[in-house]
Design a protein around this ligand. Structure first.
Ligand code: PLP
Length: 387
């Protein structure tokens, strides 16, 4: 069985396993308790916060621990929007894109149902948001721009550094949030012109149930849950101390491996791209070259459907997804691919290969053999399901 769904979740790094077990065994006190074990737990959390802040190039108090990226994204959008709505007498406006992860997309749809003006920016054929479109969308009442860094379905790298510097010079009052879940460890990240940044533990060799929202000091944001003063009052609830030590270790390991991982992933991706694009029935949806993160390759075989292909590949021991695990259940058409190509057939027949640097050359060869074999047998059987 071969797993090619590293964008959905990753196994724990061995050192993360050790760290999390050790924390569960030794540091079980509540980090908000006033007794000595509680204070020790709190010190451990703050040491981790400091190490993460150093990695991200931000201040220690700007690192907020959450339960995962879905919560971080909700907190960023609702936390900023709620404050702005209360402060301003007129309706507020936020800008995002039509290819966001569902935790941003659906939060924005919800805000829109509450009277917030929302602009969902289109993308070009490569799945990339144009900086000039962001620039043109800014209005007097815009309070927040939220753009995904690396798209979780296609790997498209959004020009977030350019958008950030454009906003700082042309709309300095507008906050910029970036969902960096699929970018960390896959490309260099510079948070200088970003006000909020989202990360998730289980996408980078850490555990599920821990995430980060980086919130710069100057951001006016309110909590979206109540009942505690943890995490500077922004995220009430007992701090997940083992999760905190584990995500810290996962980030340290990810950063230390970054150069060699990127080199290996790029080779795998190029090899797949080269052999798959030789087949004229296969469409590569991911953008090419420097526009694509090294660990994702999205393709369509429009003569079939995503579900049939995943089933076929699964029976051959290849496990991957068609879209994000949060939106795949029941959705036959990928919103992200549809936004890019406006073609129902292509967007209902897409599959996403997401790679790890721990894959071997033999794994890639077997994957290629299975995909090309699948296309051949599906085209010969001529069992083309209608959509
Ligand atoms: N944002 C992106 C880009 C993702 O890929 C995911 C997970 O699929 C999330 C957010 C949500 O992450 P979590 O599982 O930590 O809530």
């Amino acid at each position: 069985n071969l797993y090619f769904d590293y964008c959905s979740s990753t196994p724990l790094f061995p050192s993360v396993q050790e760290v999390i077990l050790d924390t569960y065994q030794r540091v079980y006190a509540n980090s908000s308790s006033m007794h000595l074990p509680g204070k020790e737990a709190n010190t451990l959390v703050n040491e981790c916060r400091e190490r993460i802040a150093k990695i991200l190039g931000v201040k220690q108090r700007e690192v907020i621990f959450t339960s995962g990226a879905t919560e971080s994204n909700n907190l960023a959008l609702f936390g900023v929007a709620n404050v702005a709505k209360n402060k301003l007498s007129h309706p507020i406006h936020i800008i995002t894109s039509s290819v966001e992860h569902s935790s941003i997309f659906e939060s924005a749809v919800h805000l829109s149902s509450e009277g917030v003006e929302v602009t969902f920016l289109p993308v070009n054929k490569s799945g990339i948001v144009e900086v000039t479109d962001v620039q043109r969308a800014i209005k007097k009442n815009t309070v927040l721009v939220s753009i995904i860094h690396v798209n979780n379905e296609t790997g498209a790298i959004q020009p977030v550094e350019e958008i950030g510097s454009m906003l700082k010079s042309e709309a300095p009052g507008v906050y910029f949030h970036v969902d960096g879940v699929q970018a960390f460890g896959k490309l260099d990240v510079n948070l200088a012109n970003m006000d909020l940044y989202t990360l998730s533990g289980h996408k980078i060799g850490g555990p599920k149930g821990i995430g980060i929202l980086m919130v710069k000091d100057h951001v006016d944001i309110a909590p979206i849950q109540y009942g505690g003063k943890q995490e500077s009052g922004l995220r009430p609830g007992t701090v997940n101390v083992p999760g905190v030590t584990a995500i810290t270790e996962a980030m340290i390991v990810t950063i230390s491996k970054q150069p060699s991982s990127i080199a290996k992933l790029k080779n795998f991706q190029n090899e797949l791209r080269h052999h798959l694009s030789d087949n004229s029935d296969i469409i590569i949806n991911s953008p090419s070259g420097a526009l694509c993160a090294p660990h994702i390759l999205n393709l369509s075989y429009p003569k079939s459907t995503s579900a049939l292909m995943l089933n076929f590949l699964g029976k051959n021991g290849i496990h991957l997804s068609s879209q994000s695990a949060c939106s795949s259940k029941g959705n036959k058409i990928s919103r992200v691919i549809m936004e890019m190509c406006q073609n129902k057939q292509i967007s209902s027949s897409s599959i996403r290969i997401s790679l790890s640097a721990d894959h071997s050359e033999e794994d890639i060869q077997y994957l290629l053999q299975c995909i090309l074999g699948m296309v051949k047998s599906m085209s010969e059987n001529k069992k083309f399901p209608t959509i």
